[in-house]
Design a protein around this ligand. Structure first.
Ligand code: MG
Ligand code: ZN
Length: 242
């Protein structure tokens, strides 16, 4: 038991070290990096297809598509206009880890990229424990799932910055209650930014695109700021009340 915990701790700390390296590399290049997580079939690939179609000439996007088997999703993304698509076939592993992402990034010219999407393996459990060096995790759920998903998999919702609820065109065909799903998610993490979308019909996607462009611009803006000065010196000798 304790041996198992020790090994897991070691694996995760090595992962954290690699993730920090990825975060530094992507940060230096001002690349916005987003880790998409969900159950299988919630619409991660569909959202990326739509995004490529709408923003392909606005943002230079690279996509890493993780799956347990097949390169089907990577092929879909290439067909949707993705110029820089890298499949990761985990061959059984139920999550991506930072070493896989490091290898996938090695073949990408990062000077020609504004946004990196990492489509994780469909799984709401362990992808929450593996930092991939991303700026944000984006968790998707769809209206064909239970609206109690956030309560069942709280770690994923706690560690995500954005919640995308997909397939809102199917609302009413199941017992899924979108207000309940949102309040369940916000009870876990009140800071979640929420999008309600239908990749099939297009609802809500304009707001998603606008947010994405804005986030990429924020990341890019850091490039044009003057060097961060060490301002601690300014406070030396000042009497700062405790
Ligand atoms: Mg997929
Ligand atoms: Zn796993």
């Amino acid at each position: 038991m304790s041996e198992k915990i020790t090994i897991e701790t070691k694996v995760l700390s090595e992962n954290d070290r690699l993730a920090a390296e990825i975060r530094r590399t992507l940060g230096d290049k001002h690349i916005l990096s987003l880790n998409l997580v969900s159950s299988p079939g919630s619409g991660k690939t569909s959202l990326l297809e739509r995004t490529l179609g709408a923003l392909g000439s606005t943002l230079r996007m690279a996509l890493i598509a993780g799956d347990v088997q097949t390169e089907n999703d990577a092929n879909r993304l290439t067909k949707a206009g993705g110029n820089v698509v890298r499949p990761i076939v985990t061959g059984g592993a139920c999550h991506l880890d930072a070493s896989m992402v490091t290898r996938a990034l090695a073949g990408i010219d990062l000077d020609r990229i504004d946004v990196l999407f990492i489509e994780n393996v469909g799984n709401l459990v362990c992808p929450s424990s593996y930092d991939l060096g991303e700026d944000m995790k984006i968790v998707l759920i769809s209206t064909t799932e239970g609206d109690d998903k956030p309560l069942k998999y709280p770690a994923m919702f706690r560690r995500s910055s954005v919640l995308v609820i997909n397939k809102i065109d199917l609302i009413g065909l199941s017992d899924f209650d979108i207000r309940r799903a949102e309040s369940n998610a916000l009870a876990i993490n009140g800071g979640l930014k929420v999008f309600e979308i239908s990749c099939r019909r297009g609802d809500g996607l304009a707001a998603w695109y606008e947010w994405l462009i804005q986030q990429a611009a924020i990341k890019e803006a850091a490039r044009h700021k003057p060097e961060n000065r060490n301002e601690c010196a300014d406070f030396q000798g000042q009497n700062i009340p405790a």
